[in-house]
Design a protein around this ligand. Structure first.
Ligand SMILES: Cc1ncc(COP(=O)(O)O)c(C=O)c1O
Length: 442
């Protein structure tokens, strides 16, 4: 290692870790000190196979040379430039490259620094867009139960994960939720999109009837819900949602923070499902998770409504100090080049059937009550220990780590989303070791 850093810090107290059981962790820390391609190296020198692409973000794997070089070069050339009223070429280049691979109809890119900020940006854009067009009464935002849209106030308000909401007061006013699409009695062990549940989109008609369409700005959903435990959209559901939002003049936002950049075998889920929203929120895979960056993609119709009034006036009073940061943008360009040169989105599509078979081979193992998959994402749902929800899956996570595989758990659901460079042999290793873990659980 080039840097002389302590491999094991001697005081873990100061760092208050996010979404972590801090006390449990600090008694028995799990530390990664290096990474390369499909593997992490732990502080005790073990290799751990990355079954989750970090946090659903390192789609090209770790420490990829092109990305590392681009960051190094950019840091030495132009480290920072003001984001407001000044530009620098690479942010424009990245926006064009994102639009090149985006669904036809998406034409503009607004930069943020994370998925949460992309969500806040899209929600604000939706309300401001209606106002700019003379429909200022459209301020309501509609989300969905079990939705995850990051952790800021807008995102947790439209989101539907109870623990992410209930500790934080009254949240945004004027928000309503559609039902989630998880129907285990009808759809368990489905491969790909479930047959049942398209009619759940009709609930939006109920919400429209309740509040009046003229009060509703936007509907936001994850086209495939990741963080809540990998829930696939039932066949026909997203198409219905698109039709109903269009009919009532409501903007449709797809939160593609996980599904963007190849996870389902297409650049974006919108292409995979062939449904075009009005805006898409992205982050994570945009920069391979290496430098924090997010982006909201919009149609020309959304963007152009803001481009009015005197030309010296700012059109949108929104943005971040780091919107389009040069190093993040350079990282983004190198990431998109890596995806393209290595054909990683196609690779994900090609590997998907193998991944599906491997995952579903876990059916019948102890405690497994459902398995779901699509592209290179999959979930194994476990029967919770009575009275101790999340404990069984967390114990699987700890045992998996000891066995040298990184998985993710949410509730009693194990989620996996490996880098798109994973080999068939590595899929076998990941699923084989997970099978051993499942067999060993109480
Ligand atoms: C669909 C979705 N939206 C938003 C976010 C929030 O992203 P971030 O953690 O970068 O703020 C996530 C993170 O997992 C996500 O899955």
């Amino acid at each position: 290692m080039a840097l002389d850093r302590k491999q094991t810090p001697n005081d873990l107290n100061a760092f208050w870790m996010p979404f972590t059981s801090n006390r449990q962790f600090k008694k028995n820390p799990r530390m990664f000190v290096a990474a390369k391609d499909m593997h992490y190296t732990t502080s005790d020198g073990r290799q751990v196979l990355d079954g989750t692409a970090g946090l659903w973000c390192c789609n090209a794997g770790h420490c990829r040379p092109k990305i590392v070089e681009a960051i190094q070069k950019q840091a030495a050339e132009l480290d920072y430039a003001p984001a407001f009223q000044m530009g620098h070429p690479i942010a424009f280049e990245l926006a064009n490259r994102v639009i090149e691979i985006a669904p036809k109809g998406m034409e503009h890119v607004f930069y943020t620094n994370s998925g949460s900020e992309s969500v806040e940006t899209a929600l604000k854009l939706a309300i401001a867009w209606h106002r700019a067009r003379g429909e200022g009464t459209r301020t309501r935002l509609i989300g969905r139960e079990r939705g995850y849209h990051g952790v800021n106030f807008g995102g947790i308000s439209v989101g539907g994960i109870v623990n992410n909401r209930k500790f934080f007061g009254t949240l945004l006013a004027g928000v309503d939720h559609m039902p989630h699409t998880h129907l285990p009695a009808l759809n368990s062990f489905t491969r790909g999109q479930p047959e049942h549940g398209a009619n759940l989109a009709d609930d939006l008609e109920r919400i429209v009837a309740l509040h009046g369409a003229e009060t509703i700005a936007a509907v936001i959903v994850e086209p495939m819900a990741g963080s809540t435990g990998v829930l696939m959209p039932p066949k026909g559901y997203l198409e219905k949602l698109r039709a109903i939002t269009k009919k009532h003049g409501i903007l449709l936002i797809f939160d593609e923070v996980i599904t963007g950049f190849g996870r389902l075998g297409s650049a974006f889920a919108a292409q995979h499902f062939d449904v075009l929203p009005d805006m898409m929120t992205t982050a994570k895979g945009l920069t391979n998770g290496v430098i924090p960056m997010g982006a909201v993609l919009t149609t020309a119709e959304v963007h152009d409504a803001f481009m009015q009034g005197p030309e010296h006036m700012i059109e949108l009073f929104h943005g971040y100090t780091y919107s389009g940061n040069p190093i993040a943008a350079a990282c983004g360009v190198a990431t998109l080049e890596t995806y393209k040169e290595e054909g990683l989105f196609e690779r994900a599509a090609d590997l998907a059937p193998y991944w599906e078979d491997a995952l579903h081979s876990l059916k019948g193992l102890p405690h497994v009550i459902d398995i779901r998959n699509m592209g290179l994402i999959g979930a194994v749902e476990l029967e919770p220990i009575p009275g101790e929800p999340t404990k069984r899956a967390f114990s699987a996570f700890l045992k998996a780590y000891e066995k040298g595989i990184l998985i993710r758990t949410t509730g009693d659901i194990i989620a996996m989303s490996p880098p798109l460079i994973i080999s068939k042999a590595q899929i076998d290793e990941l699923i084989g070791k997970l099978a051993e873990v499942l067999k060993s659980l109480d």
